[in-house]
Design a protein around this ligand. Structure first.
Ligand code: NAD
Ligand code: TYD
Length: 345
């Protein structure tokens, strides 16, 4: 086994963008716990998906600082990056269905925002830039095989196209300007604090209030699920020990057709399967994702630790115990989105 050591080692001041969202908030918690001498700045625009409640426990930590702002605001990031040695870029519009309803915001944040952040990172001689990407940039698989880091990019949704464009900009900043860039591409995440527009929290939220569970198409699309904490440990490994210019796939070898996930959730909540409602398919719906993460294992000694049944059980439990969180995020803008997305379908 080769563990590649990066000369950067640990970083003293890390800018995490999008840290008020689902995965970013777990990553900040991991950093504060595991790297207590590092300072962490969270830059987040607080869109509908950003929620400072996700990091309530970090607020009093003197090593943590929150700044509200846009990754595309050069003036702001120039100030912040003059004092930072690594950037971990989570900030993004992240939901495929929203990218179908309105792609513009995805272009603005995921592509233009990332390019500006790369540019300011280059100007400030940031030591490392980690781009948090997705397996969706590889497109859709047939019944066999899994994405490797060498699979050609073939994104199919405005979301995945915008993430692929950002990956290519990262590659270009590495090759042209010698910026130290690493890219992670992870499969579907689940866990506490995920916004209930994504499959697992949406189904938990609807099932517990006896609302229909909208399953797209035949329900046989396959996703490869990983617990958010396993993903975050993978990102930290790449940040500290990944090789500059390289891409790392992160996944858990855990493929499930959507309908089986939905049935598992109903079963856990002791709700009837009659709540399942097959609805019109998502346009351009990718059939199957599966990720080969052997490079993470072989080169960085990283492996997922959380068993899916246990992780799902605890996630459901978290949503049951955090009813107030769920109620707050499913009011206002969410209700309008839900109506546009699911009525007449
Ligand atoms: P999320 O939607 O929960 O959070 C995104 C965060 O980014 C929010 O806090 C939002 O306020 C912030 N943000 C949006 N636009 C911004 C801007 N212009 N400037 C600053 N902040 C901004 O998303 P997530 O699920 O936590 O995903 C985080 C990252 O991981 C994304 O880049 C996504 O593409 C990637 N990813 C997600 C998954 C998944 O399953 N959720 C899987 C692989 C990769
Ligand atoms: P999602 O959580 O949106 O993640 P992604 O599209 O990025 O993989 O969806 C996961 C799968 O669940 C995907 O195949 C679409 C499907 N899905 C439904 O069937 N119904 C829903 O209401 C949602 C949100 C998703």
């Amino acid at each position: 086994m080769v563990i590649m050591k990066n000369t950067n080692g640990n970083f003293q001041r890390i800018l995490v963008t999008g840290g008020a969202g689902f995965i970013g908030s777990h990553f900040i918690r991991l950093l504060l716990n595991e790297r207590p001498s590092s300072e962490v700045i969270n830059l987040d625009l607080l869109t509908y998906a950003g929620n400072l409640e996700n990091l309530k426990d970090a607020e009093s930590n003197p090593k943590y600082k929150f700044i509200k702002g846009d990754i595309g605001n050069r003036e702001l990031t120039t100030q912040i990056l003059s004092e930072v040695d690594a950037v971990v870029n989570f900030a993004a519009e992240s939901h495929v269905d929203r990218s179908i309803l309105g792609p513009e915001a995805f272009i603005q944040t995921n592509i233009v925002g990332t390019q500006r952040l790369l540019d300011v990172s280059k100007q400030n001689k940031v030591k490392r830039f980690l781009q948090v990407s997705t397996d969706e940039v590889y497109g859709s698989l047939g019944a066999e095989g899994a994405f490797t880091e060498d699979t050609p990019l073939a994104p199919n949704s405005p979301y995945s196209a915008s993430k692929a464009a950002a990956d290519l900009l990262c590659r270009a900043y590495h090759h042209t300007f010698a910026l130290d860039v690493v890219i992670t591409r992870c499969s579907n995440n689940y866990g506490p604090n995920q916004f209930p527009e994504k499959l697992i929290p949406l189904m938990i939220s609807n099932a517990r209030s006896d609302k229909p569970l909208p399953v797209y198409g035949d329900g046989l699309n396959v996703r490869d699920w990983i617990h958010v904490e396993d993903h975050c440990r993978g990102i930290l490994a790449v940040l500290e020990n990944g090789q500059s210019g390289e891409v790392y796939n992160i996944g858990s070898n855990n493929e499930w057709p959507n309908i089986q996930i939905v049935k598992k959730i109903l079963n856990e909540l002791k709700k009837p399967e009659s709540l399942i409602k097959f609805v019109a398919d998502r346009p351009g719906h990718d059939r199957r994702y599966a990720i080969n993460s052997s490079k993470m294992k072989n080169q960085l000694n990283w492996e997922p630790k959380i068993d899916f049944s246990e992780g799902l059980h605890k996630t459901i439990d978290w949503y049951l115990k955090n009813d107030a969180w769920l109620r707050r995020v499913t009011s206002g803008e969410y209700l309008k989105y839900y109506e546009t997305q699911y009525s007449n379908r």
